[in-house]
Design a protein around this ligand. Structure first.
Ligand SMILES: Cc1cc2nc3c(=O)[nH]c(=O)nc-3n(C[C@H](O)[C@H](O)[C@H](O)COP(=O)(O)O)c2cc1C
Length: 184
């Protein structure tokens, strides 16, 4: 595990957790879950303080981050006061039911959070799979650049995430780990 990379995320029903696990597998990063009340576990803020790279993750609910993630973001204003995350590397992912589903708004919220903190930003760095021959299981089929986007059908269980999305999440994690090494 690479303690320099922390994946801090919320998942209401477990689907975004699966994406977070794939990002962790690719990056070697440590998972840090925001709970159902919007709180971090004991010592969570210190884990983030020590990290050089923070990857933010949230499901898209009503076109934006979940309220639990927003509570975490608002609580991070205490860190902002001391500029504690300035110049750390930031990146983000979101998962939702629809292929579009307004995920871009969620990614922009996560990007804005990172920029308010003065963080550096890394996108997916993944080429799109948008040709006629493209298959749903191709890497970056959703063709997102600003951050990782995955789509889990609304009736899929947590064991039924699209394999290509999980592979894309691993590739995204590898990309963020490589970017993190370049800044070290
Ligand atoms: C309150 C709520 C709002 C949602 N809003 C959206 C949405 O705006 N766009 C979308 O594509 N899916 C939406 N969904 C579907 C979720 O994004 C989707 O089920 C996702 O996989 C849930 O992730 P989770 O299991 O980590 O909570 C919504 C689900 C809930 C519960």
């Amino acid at each position: 595990m690479n303690a320099n990379i922390v994946i801090v995320y919320h998942s209401g029903y477990g689907h975004t957790s699966k994406v977070a696990e794939a990002v962790a597998a690719g990056s070697g990063g440590r998972l840090l879950a925001i709970d159902a009340e919007g709180n971090l576990p004991e010592g969570g803020w210190e884990v983030l303080e020590r990290a050089s790279t923070i990857i933010f993750g949230s499901p898209t609910y009503m076109g934006n981050v979940s309220w639990q993630f927003k509570k975490f973001a608002d609580q991070s204003s205490r860190v902002w006061m001391a500029q504690g995350w300035k110049d750390k590397l930031g990146a983000a992912f979101t998962n939702s039911a629809s292929v579009n589903g307004d995920k871009q708004t969620t990614l922009y919220t996560l990007f804005t959070l990172a920029q308010q903190h003065g963080m550096l930003w890394a996108g997916t760095g993944l080429m799109p799979s948008n040709a006629k021959t493209a298959d749903r299981n191709d890497i970056n089929y959703l063709s997102s650049f600003a951050g990782l986007a995955t789509a889990t059908p609304s009736d899929a269980s947590v064991d039924e995430l699209v394999a290509g999305d999980l592979a894309t999440a691993r590739a995204f994690g590898e990309r963020i780990a490589a970017a993190s090494r370049r800044l070290a």
